[in-house]
Every structure is written in C-alpha cells, then in structure tokens.
Ligand binder design. Structure first.
Ligand SMILES: [Fe+2]
Ligand SMILES: [Fe+2]
Length: 292
C-alpha cells in the first residue's frame, strides 16, 4: 500500500486546489457532515492562527492536515471509508483497549497471534514511532506526500499530519513505551493541535475568499505544487478486514522494521546534528535539509 501510494506519480495539483477538491468527498466518520471539508480545514487553521499568530507552520499544518482524505475521491482511487478515515493505531503489537471499537479486533488474526499481541510485539522500548507500522489512512498518506515533496515544514508539523488520528496516543496516552525523545517533543505540539482539530468545528462560517490570500502566501512558502498523489488502485496487500484499516502481515512488519532501523539510525544522527529547531522562517526550516 505504502509502496504504491508512495510513488506519487499519478496526479499533481496545488494545495489550495486540493483543499477545494476535498469539498467533493464525504468523511462518514465526521460528525459535522453538513459542513464542507474546506470549512473544517480553514476553521482549524484560523483558530490556531488566532491563538498562535507567530507559528505560521501550524497554520499551514491546520490547512493541510486532512488533505489525505482525497483518497476517498474517485480521482484518487475512491478508497473505502475504513481505509481512509477513523482512528489509526499500530499494527504488530497489542491493540490497546482505548482504540475505538476495540472489541472488533477479536476478528483480526493478529489479535490471536502471540508474535503480535504482546505489549511490544515486533517492536522494542523507545524504538520511536517512525519505526512503528501504523494502520493506513489519510494521515499517513498526507505524510508520504509531504515527505515525497521534500517539504520544508518542521518535524512537528509532519508528526501532527501523520498521527492526528492516533487517538490512543494523544488522547489516551497509550503506546508511549514505543516513543523516543523526538516523539515526546512532537507529541506536545500534536496535543495542542488536536484541540483545534476537534473544537474548531463551530458553526462560525469562514469567509474563504477573505482568508485565502494569507494561506496562499503560506503555500507559496513551501512551493505551489507539493501534492502529486499516487492514486492507482492496486491489490492493497493487506488483509481485507472490513473493520480495520490496513493490517500488514507480521512478516511485512518485521521486514519493514529491519529496513527502517538502518535508515532511521542515520536519520536520527543527522537530525541531532542539525539541531531540533522548530523555527520556520523565510520558507526554510533551519536544518530541514537533513531532518525532513
Ligand atoms: Fe484527519
Ligand atoms: Fe481534521
């Protein structure tokens, strides 16, 4: 799934264009179905902007955090709802009880597999979320898109995009034993962000045309066409379980873990060398050349 979608070679559009395209999709997990998606994006971004006027990277993160939902759109393969929206969670270790509809995991073979149903499963303490295979969804897709386009957004922004549906982590405090220091720092930002993601869904309408110039200026900072998307519908390569997001096989997870280990060791060293500045100014994150 990730290999195919990570190719990013089928479709290309600007961020704003993608925001508008999102109006054509319906997220059935969203309690505010009567509001167009762009309203939610802008309400989130504007609410953050009001309280954190200087953190422009957070404003842009608010705008783009849900763009991965284009996977629901016919132009992007029209993946089923369960594969795009809803909570995300790690696979390859025990499903935490705080995950919504946890009881349905009993129908998942991994639930009964002693290699994957323990606290650590195929992972180790403090291995870092970057080394953990998450269920597939709009979070991870947008993360792949941002990474694939060499975004200059800071690591905290990528963390927010990648894990904002990981409620077991940022709401219930589960899986912290898998986090590393970098995750701990980034989680603080995610928890700030989440308040706006949830509670910005007010009935106060946004004057889209009025705020559009500001967001276009932010988009300009990161480049105008950062959103090519691989949308080819292929054999997804995971168990076609109805209730769950992509559940990779244990072998896939183990191989993934090994591959990641080598890559991430190098990345972590580079990241430390670069410094962990979250400052994002002039369109370039200091140190971003190695940490993104
Ligand atoms: Fe989302
Ligand atoms: Fe959202």
């Amino acid at each position: 799934m990730r290999t195919e979608y990570g190719k990013l070679n089928k479709m290309e559009m600007g961020i704003w264009e993608c925001c508008e395209l999102l109006n054509d999709v319906i997220d059935e997990s969203d309690p505010d179905l009567d509001e167009p998606q762009i309203e939610h994006l802008l309400q989130t971004a504007e609410a953050i902007r009001k309280d954190y006027p200087n953190e422009d990277w957070m404003h842009l993160t608010g705008l783009i955090h849900d763009l991965g939902k284009v996977l629901l759109h016919p132009g992007f393969g029209e993946l089923p709802q369960w594969a795009v929206v809803g909570d995300t969670f790690p696979v390859g270790c025990a499903f935490d009880k705080s995950i919504v509809h946890h009881k349905y995991f009993e129908e998942n073979p991994d639930y009964h597999n002693s290699d994957y149903n323990t606290k650590y499963g195929v992972y180790s303490e403090g291995c870092g979320l970057n080394n953990v295979m998450m269920s597939w969804g709009h979070d991870d897709y947008m993360y792949l898109v941002a990474k694939g386009n060499n975004t200059t957004l800071p690591p905290a922004a990528l963390f927010i995009i990648r894990y904002h549906s990981f409620y077991a982590l940022h709401k219930s405090g589960a899986y912290r034993h898998l986090m590393n220091e970098e995750d701990t720092e980034n989680l603080k930002w995610l928890q700030i962000f989440n308040k706006y993601d949830l509670y910005s869904k007010s009935k106060v309408r946004i004057d889209v045309e009025k705020v559009k110039p500001y967001y276009l200026s932010l988009i300009e900072k990161v480049g105008t066409t950062i959103l090519p998307g691989e949308v080819k519908m292929v054999n997804p390569g995971f168990s076609p379980s109805r209730q769950f997001n992509a559940s990779a096989s244990g072998t896939e997870i183990a191989e993934f873990g090994k591959r990641r280990e080598g890559i991430e060791n190098g990345r972590e060293k580079a990241f430390k060398l670069a410094g962990e500045s979250l400052k994002w100014s002039g369109g370039v994150l200091r140190g971003c050349g190695v940490c993104l």
